[in-house]
Design a protein around this ligand. Structure first.
Ligand code: N01
Length: 634
């Protein structure tokens, strides 16, 4: 938690700090701190037409005026010369100043976001008050970001739980992905639990070690590790119709099998968990070392080696620039080019000025987060909506999407100026938003332009003893790195999950996983999924926000069970089906739904089984309360 320090600095130091300020949320924080509505003049309202522009679209003159207002206020605060607190119009007007006409609808959600370190989404109940005598134990599968959150919420409600974690530590994806350069591509100030702030993010986009440390700290401070069975893997979960309880079969660190009982199960295993290796002939023929990016072999020194990298998704994009200078040579096999979103501060430490402001302006850290959040409630969604009147092609899906394409293409032209072959290979042949866009500050292009790096776009025909071959030639390599992503469509694989009447979850899904709100499945009472089907976001927000919504909803379900005395709840088939039809129809109207490009957003049947097609607000609204009419109560 950021604690505010008194200002003792001179005017020049304050001026310097203000050069790094994000101005609209700074005016908001100062207006609330001083009670002075004059800090929020109409002509300094940020743009709400395009929420993604820097400084809310302020002109240079507006930025200067905002800085002058802030400077005068900070000096008055320092000198104790603030006029008596004036009648401010309060938080709602400040939120309206930042978020415009949408503010009233978004206010309840945004107030949750703004409340840190308070925790308005905490369960307002305790099991002891609802059903003290009733045995009720929850097994959570996975101690990553979602599993830890579920544990925290259960702990707040006094519901006993056990986490079963296959690894030896918490952190999930941030433990397993340790490749060079691994970092998050969502702003650090958004990529944290709303109620557990970091006491000073060092970077605008946190690296893997920083995030792992954050999740470890969260777990330790919340007393969660004592509830975790580390090194233990869930093999199967089976529902007993008679007792309405689950039996979870696990493999212990010793290799023994053990049974755990539970009244409810929360799967928090993530979507990007099991590495996907390409189906290319000859993989076993290669005589040198090879590994997947998510299982980076730190024992292999790549210095001076000939390295072949297969894949150009988010993972390769991060580690290629890191290793390009130390390897002897590198061949990168690209099947599909990624779109690159310019992000100059991608690798930068949080500026000194911004840190100073976080430390000295009461509430600025929260308003800054709120500002990032309000711009990502919808984020770039409007640019990926399919316009039915727009000519159908792999170029773009609407006029705004086409404008985005033009902007992003000119960025690529700038990056690869003087390198026509690389530029040709770098321009994607699908609409922006159909695949994950990658944040870029130029290091990818710089790596591709190095003399020791070659980009190959010919299809791979096979892996050989010596390297990787295309139809044209063989590329010899000492090491192969598979940056080929994850089996994201195989939800809950390889566990066996048996529900009511012996139903098998994977037979039900037959490779096409679906759930109601991404969380509950007909035939599987008291089984809850976090980051389940259709809860991934592409162009808006942070996945932690989704997990918070899911944890809140699951706790609401459990509260109802404990309060009303029902043993279990099971999603109604008609509710589930109608919901999924709605999701599918919307996904068919998004760039990722209509494009034929390869992506992990689609399963083997071609259905988008990963993505949430709407705004964050819509998911938040749908998960505030559990409507028991959606369920059979057992
Ligand atoms: O995996 P990917 P990833 N022959 O599936 C290629 C998150 N993440 O690990 O595009 C040749 O995106 C494949 O080609 P194509 C983030 O959500 C986040 O990089 O399918 N190539 C593609 O280039 C991300 O979206 C962060 O044609 C083959 C690559 O391998 C998700 O994880 C960092 C092939 C796989 O890319 C997954 O990213 C890292 C074959 N047979 C990951 N098979 C951040 O927060 C596959 N490919 C920044």
């Amino acid at each position: 938690m950021t604690t505010t320090e008194p200002i003792i600095d001179g005017e020049d130091a304050i001026r310097r700090a203000l050069l790094d300020a994000e101005l609209p949320p700074l005016l908001a924080a100062l207006a609330i701190a001083t009670g002075d509505p004059a800090l929020l003049p109409d002509h300094l309202r940020p743009s709400t037409v395009n929420r993604l522009v820097p400084q809310g679209g302020y002109s240079v003159a507006q930025q200067e005026e905002a800085r002058s207002l802030a400077l005068a206020t900070l000096i008055a605060m320092r000198d104790g010369r603030l006029p008596a607190r004036r009648a401010s119009n309060g938080v709602l007007d400040t939120v309206r100043f930042l978020a415009g006409a949408d503010a009233d609808r978004y206010l309840p959600l945004l107030m949750d976001e703004l409340a840190a370190p308070d925790d308005p989404a905490a369960p307002g109940w305790r099991k002891d008050d609802l059903a003290p005598e009733r045995p009720f134990h929850v097994v959570i599968i996975g101690a990553g970001m979602s599993g830890l959150l579920a544990a925290y919420r259960l702990g707040q409600a006094g519901v006993p739980y056990t986490i079963v974690e296959k690894n030896g530590d918490v952190g999930g994806t941030w433990l397993e992905n340790s490749y060079p350069g691994c970092r998050v591509d969502v702003s650090s100030h958004l990529y944290n639990y709303s109620f557990f702030e970091h006491d000073g993010w060092p970077l605008y986009f946190s690296t893997q070690n920083v995030l792992l440390d954050y999740f470890r700290q969260f777990a330790d401070r919340s007393g969660i590790p004592e509830h975790i069975r580390f090194g233990t893997e869930v093999l199967a979960a089976e529902f007993d119709d008679g007792t309405c309880t689950w039996t979870i079969r696990v493999r212990t660190p010793d290799g023994d099998t053990e049974l755990l009982g539970a009244q409810a199960v929360i799967s928090a295993v993530g979507q990007l968990n099991r590495p996907s290796y390409p189906r290319i002939g000859g993989r076993d023929d290669f005589t040198g070392p090879s590994f997947h990016s998510a299982r980076w072999d730190h024992g292999i020194d790549l210095t001076g080696k000939r390295v072949a990298v297969i894949g150009t998704g988010a993972s390769a994009f991060q580690f290629v620039p890191e290793i390009a200078r130390t390897v002897g040579s590198m061949v990168i096999f690209q099947r599909t080019a990624p779109w690159l979103g310019p992000t100059p501060e991608y690798h930068a430490p949080v500026s000194d000025g911004l840190r100073w402001l976080f430390r000295h302006v009461p509430g600025y850290a929260q308003w800054y987060r709120f500002w990032l959040f309000s711009s990502s409630v919808e984020g770039g969604l409007p640019t990926v909506y399919v316009d039915p009147a727009w000519p159908r092609s792999e170029r773009s899906v609407s006029a705004p999407n086409d404008e985005r394409r033009a902007l992003l293409t000119s960025y690529l032209e700038h990056l690869f100026a003087g390198h026509p072959d690389l530029l040709r290979a770098a321009i994607p042949d699908y609409p922006p938003g159909a695949k994950r866009m990658l944040r870029d500050n130029g290091v990818w292009a710089a790596a591709l332009k190095q003399d020791n790096v070659e980009l190959v776009t010919d299809p791979i025909s096979r892996i050989t003893e010596r390297g990787v071959a295309t139809a044209e030639r063989e590329y010899e390599a000492d090491v192969i790195v598979y940056a080929t992503g994850f089996t994201a469509s195989d939800f809950l694989v390889p566990m066996t999950v048996t529900g009511r009447d012996g139903a098998d979850l994977h037979k039900r899904w037959t490779g096409d996983a679906r759930a109601y709100l991404g969380m509950t499945v007909p035939g599987f009472p008291n089984l809850f999924l976090m980051y389940g089907p259709n809860t991934n976001i592409v162009v808006n927000g942070s996945i932690i926000f989704f997990s918070e919504c899911e944890a809140h909803y699951i706790l609401e379900c459990l509260r109802s069970l404990l309060h009303d005395g029902h043993r279990a709840l099971e999603c109604r088939e008609d509710v589930h089906d109608a919901y999924n039809e709605m999701i599918d129809a919307a996904n068919r109207q998004r760039a990722w739904g209509v494009s034929t490009v390869n992506s992990w957003y689609k399963n083997a049947l071609g259905r988008v089984a990963q993505n949430w097609p709407f705004t964050l607000m819509e998911y938040w609204e749908r998960t505030r309360t559990a409507d028991l009419d959606d369920y059979h109560l057992l």
